[in-house]
Design a protein around this ligand. Structure first.
Ligand SMILES: Nc1ncnc2c1ncn2[C@@H]1O[C@H](COP(=O)(O)OP(=O)(O)OP(=O)(O)O)[C@@H](O)[C@H]1O
Ligand SMILES: [Mg+2]
Length: 612
């Protein structure tokens, strides 16, 4: 808990001084506000009252600064002209009001500016951090939960620092100020007047702890609800296709109820707690009034002092009354801070690789590589192969045999549990991650496009690419036809705000993106699975030219896709079952033979069609 308080203090940065400054200005404004009734009082008692009764303007009996100021000022004025005196008082009142509003404005402007700036920096920090987290982290947290932390929790912190920091400082200052004033009137009486404060502190702390526990649960339920909505929207077509809307609605309702229950629990806590503190504060007031009466009767304090004391009494109990409310908001903010810290304190992706420059030849070696995602079951087991530079190698194998995992290890999304991966005979850990990834152009199995134009999706890997370069890459990927197909050509928006591309179109745009970087090693993970066989053939022919001199790893289960490969690795349940040339495999690999048999007919038909 202390750590979370420190964290909130830390995220305020230099703005903590701004909050203090804003509070001081606010206090000045409050003092100005306190002066206003005094001016009214002088106007009524010393001016209008005297005018009505025909008396002379007299000195007031009060001894405060404002009264003394008027006692000095009023006799200097021409008494016969009451109108002018009243006007002067009106102007003084106006000036005080204006100053009060001005201070209030400055105070809240500083406060809001500080809050917005703090939250702006916090959001940037979170996003920056998330961008550099190891990819394995994202399989431990759902996107919905991550979104909730980046939005809901950040907003909670925002509300807290915007509303409560100044509130806390203001109330603390009021408490201390009033107590000191009371102390000067009568020290013992002052202590009696806050004798129940320790009870309020203890009680507030007790509820504060309870509130934290309930809010933690509340946020967990909110995470689940968010994830559910996110997943539902992602799969809305599946829901509709299977007419499962009612089921989804029920599921949502249940989760929504779980969250609501926690909300109600929290509201109940406050409903018990706040009246209880109010009650204690009222008892405190009664005690003070009785003791005050006693002291007055004893002659320890005068009636005037009792009256003065009473007004401070209200000021001293008010912060006690509000303490619980502030702590309640603080409890919620601390939970939010904890959840945010869990992200911004996650260690960033380690990168000890020193090799940052140079030209790779593209030789790849897997040496006895084993890997497990969950620490229990090996997804890859003792995988060894060598891919000479500038060669084309295919990896085939049943679904789930570990093909994509090999690529993830090559890109260092994960580290092997055993064994070594080498590029140009150097372990890949020695390469700087960004450098390594820049050398390997990969298209992933599931083509992902951003909600921007086709062109922006292609040149995502090379923002300064010239149009002819983009066109050339698109031509190889057979994506160039989209230029004519859509009215706005490559400026067509895709994704949520634009047109939805077909699976094959997406794959081709993603492939163009990879080709554009012109990497040393190119990896195509099932890149053409959604493309029709004729277009695929064209892509492969074009690729064959542009892949010259590059190392290519092609993962596919279509014989046509891997025909140009000089070496084929057959994976079976995470192990290398066979590897060799097409010829070798035709002799030795049952898996290769079976897909060859099934697909060879189809292949002949395609050849014929292309020839025509
Ligand atoms: N992020 C992950 N966390 C845990 N297990 C995973 C993860 N990704 C893949 N796996 C598991 O690892 C195994 C190999 O997956 P991989 O994606 O490498 O298969 P694949 O050969 O590419 O299959 P496909 O041909 O269907 O793409 C599978 O059993 C899969 O369930
Ligand atoms: Mg795969």
């Amino acid at each position: 808990m202390i750590k979370n308080i420190k964290d909130i203090y830390r995220i305020l940065g230099k703005y903590k001084w701004y909050y203090i400054f804003s509070t001081i200005i606010l206090l000045v404004s409050i003092i100005a506000r306190a002066l206003e009734p005094k001016v009214l009082q002088v106007a009524v008692d010393n001016v209008i009252g005297k005018y009505i009764t025909g008396n002379k303007i007299t000195e007031s009996k009060n001894n405060d600064v404002v009264s003394r100021f008027f006692d000095y000022l009023l006799p200097k004025l021409n008494e016969s002209n009451f109108g002018e005196i009243l006007l002067l008082l009106g102007i003084i009142y106006m000036v005080i009001s204006l100053l009060r509003s001005l201070f209030l404005f400055i105070s809240s402007a500083i406060k809001h500016h500080s809050t917005q700036s703090t939250i702006f920096r916090l959001r940037n920090k979170m996003f920056n951090h998330i961008q550099h987290l190891p990819l394995s982290f994202f399989s431990t947290i759902s996107k919905g939960e991550l979104m909730q932390r980046c939005t809901g929790d950040v907003d909670t912190i925002k509300d807290f620092i915007d509303q409560q920091i100044i509130n806390f400082l203001r109330l603390s200052a009021t408490f201390i100020f009033s107590f000191i004033m009371m102390y000067f009137i009568h020290p013992n009486y002052a202590f009696y007047s806050v004798c129940l404060a320790p009870f309020i502190f203890v009680l507030s702390y007790y509820f504060f702890k309870k509130e934290i526990a309930v809010w933690e649960e509340h946020e967990k339920e909110a995470d689940k609800l968010n994830s559910m909505v996110q997943e539902n929207l992602n799969g809305i077509r599946v829901v509709a296709a299977f007419s499962n809307q009612e089921y989804e609605i029920e599921r949502f309702k249940k989760q929504n109820k779980a969250k609501m229950k926690m909300g109600v629990k929290q509201a109940k806590l406050q409903a018990y707690f706040w009246p209880l503190t109010d009650l204690i504060c009222n008892i405190q007031l009664v005690i003070s009034v009785i003791i005050g009466g006693y002291f007055t009767l004893q002659g320890d304090i005068s009636v005037g002092e009792l009256l003065g004391f009473n007004s401070y009494l209200g000021m001293v109990t008010m912060p006690m009354r509000h303490l619980g409310r502030i702590l309640s908001r603080m409890g919620i903010a601390l939970v939010a801070m904890e959840r945010i810290s869990e992200i911004i304190e996650k260690p960033l992706e380690e990168d000890l690789g020193e090799i940052k420059t140079g030209k790779l030849s593209g030789k790849i070696e897997f040496r006895n590589v084993s890997f497990t995602y969950d620490g229990k079951q090996n997804v890859l087991e003792d995988v060894s192969f060598i891919i000479p530079s500038a060669s084309q190698v295919a990896i085939i194998g049943e679904s789930g045999s570990g093909k994509s995992t090999i690529i993830k290890l090559l890109l260092r999304f994960y580290e092997p549990t055993h064994g070594k991966i080498l590029i140009d005979d150097i372990p890949i850990q020695k390469y700087n991650k960004s450098f390594l990834r820049a050398q390997i152009g990969s298209t992933f199995q599931k083509a992902f496009l951003f909600s921007s134009t086709i062109q922006q999706n292609i040149n995502y890997t090379k923002m300064d690419a010239m149009e002819y370069e983009i066109d050339a890459a698109a031509a190889v990927a057979q994506a160039i036809e989209m230029k004519d197909k859509f009215n706005k050509g490559f400026n067509t928006l895709v994704g949520e705000r634009g047109v939805t591309l077909s699976g094959g179109q997406k794959q081709r745009v993603a492939l163009a993106r990879t080709i554009l970087v012109n990497p040393t090693i190119i990896v195509l993970d099932d890149t053409t699975s959604a493309v029709d066989t004729i277009t695929e053939k064209r892509i492969l022919n074009e690729l064959d030219n542009s892949l010259k001199g590059k190392t290519a790893i092609i993962i596919a289960n279509r014989i046509a896709s891997i025909q140009k490969a000089s070496w084929i690795i057959v994976l079976d349940k995470g192990k290398v079952a066979q590897q060799g040339s097409q010829k070798d495999l035709l002799k030795n690999s049952v898996f290769y033979q079976s897909i060859q048999d099934i697909q060879s007919h189809l292949e002949e038909e395609i050849q014929l069609e292309i020839a025509n």
